[in-house]
Every structure is written in structure tokens, then in C-alpha cells.
Design a protein around this ligand. Structure first.
Ligand code: AMP
Length: 209
């Protein structure tokens, strides 16, 4: 099954992707995670992306399309994949179509802006890719990753002013994707306001699990 996860930053896409990934045994492709790793490794792509990410802007479409094209060509995507945080513009969605990739479902996790702001302010992340929330998904030991024991940090782009910019960008450039996938008959909207478990239940139902 080829799945796209849509939703504002902090809607819970990454958290739900982790769960679907384990359940369906298909990989998650998170362009945000790939870009953060590239920044950490100091690659050319990472250097190019840094200023956009830290300002809360979108990284140019050509960079993202290149990442997706390479990643989806890998063997582990043959039986399906979850796209987390991509596409984020109509141009990216059209590029995925042009690659001849058939998407089965575009799952939109709906969360109000006020909730997003509260969630993002409590988000803590690990360099291994794991993500927590101080209130809703705490790590077992405060400030330490359950998976690898490394210290947790706050994403630079989760700072309040940047989050508002990211939300504005989301409404302007990413939200139109709902109509794009609705027109193809593959959009499913789920309410992401509840607990992680509640949302998971809705998400699994939507993908027929
Ligand atoms: P995320 O982890 O998905 O919230 O992504 C973090 C940041 O990486 C975003 O705020 C963007 O600056 C950049 N980014 C990730 N995915 C994309 C994408 N599909 N298109 C453009 N920029 C992206």
C-alpha cells in the first residue's frame, strides 16, 4: 500500500507513520528526517536546506523531488511506503504522479492551529529520529530517548515564531493538496485532535487494518 500522510506540522504524522510502518512492514519516507540528517552530516544538500528549514520555509521543490525519486527507487519500497511530510506543494504532488507512482490513499490528519501550537511547543526529538511530547508521549526517563539512550532536544524550527510561519506556509501551500487528492477520490480525513491512541484507531480503520 502506498500511503501519503497529510496534515499540519505537529499533527502527528510522524507518530502515526511509526505505527503504520510497524503494522504493515513498509518503510516511512520522511523528507524532514532526511533533510535533518543531511544537515547533521554537513552534505551539500544539508547546507542548501538549512536556511529554509530554520526560517520555517519550505525547501525548494527540486531538492525534495530529487530526494523522493531516489528513495522510492530503493528495493524496500517495492511493497509499499508511507510518505510523511511530502508532498507539501502541488508541484511535488504532480512530480510524484509524473514518476508513475500510484498512491492508494492520502490520509489527512486534521488538527486545529491552537492544538498544533501547544503540541509543537512540547515536542522533543532524538537524533535517531524518535519523537516525544513532554505531556502526551513522554519518554520513560525525562530528556532521554527510550530507543537509543541519547539526550532529547527541541527542534530549532519548533520555536514559537517559526511554528507560526510554518502554519502559514502549511495553509497556503500544503492544504490545497487536500482538494488535489479529493479530486482523485483517495483523500481520507481523520480527526487528529484526540489522543495518539484515538488517532491511531481512526488511521488504522482508514487504511483497512
Ligand atoms: P518536517 O519534519 O516534515 O516538519 O520538516 C521539517 C522542515 O523540512 C520543513 O519545515 C521544511 O522546511 C523542510 N521540508 C520537509 N519536507 C519538505 C517538503 N516536502 N517540501 C519542502 N520542505 C520540506
Amino acid at each position: 500500500m502506498n500511503i501519503i500522510l497529510l496534515g499540519a506540522p505537529g499533527a502527528g504524522k510522524g507518530t502515526q507513520a511509526e505505527i503504520i510502518c510497524e503494522k504493515l512492514k513498509i518503510p516511512t519516507i520522511s523528507t524532514g528526517a532526511i533533510l535533518r540528517q543531511a544537515m547533521k552530516d554537513g552534505t551539500e544538500m544539508g547546507k542548501k536546506a538549512k536556511s529554509f528549514i530554520e526560517a520555517g520555509d519550505l525547501v525548494p521543490d527540486d531538492v525534495i523531488i530529487g530526494i523522493v525519486k531516489d528513495r522510492l527507487a530503493a528495493d524496500d519500497c517495492k511493497n509499499g511506503f508511507i510518505l510523511d511530510g511530502v508532498p507539501r506543494t502541488i508541484a511535488q504532488a504532480e512530480a510524484i504522479d509524473a514518476m508513475g507512482i500510484k498512491i492508494d490513499i492520502a490520509l489527512d490528519i486534521e488538527v486545529k492551529d491552537e492544538t498544533i501550537i501547544e503540541r509543537v511547543s512540547g515536542r522533543r526529538v532524538c537524533s535517531c529520529g524518535a519523537s516525544y511530547h513532554i505531556k502526551y508521549k513522554p519518554s520513560a526517563v525525562d530528556g532521554i530517548c527510550d530507543k537509543c539512550g541519547q539526550p532529547l532536544t527541541i527542534r530549532k524550527d519548533d520555536e514559537p515564531a517559526t511554528v507560526l510561519d510554518r502554519l502559514t506556509t502549511y495553509h497556503k501551500l500544503t492544504e490545497p493538496l487536500k482538494d488535489f487528492y479529493k479530486a482523485k477520490g483517495i483523500l481520507v480525513e481523520v480527526d487528529g485532535e484526540g489522543s495518539v491512541e484515538n488517532t491511531t484507531e481512526l488511521v488504522l480503520k482508514a487504511i483497512g487494518e
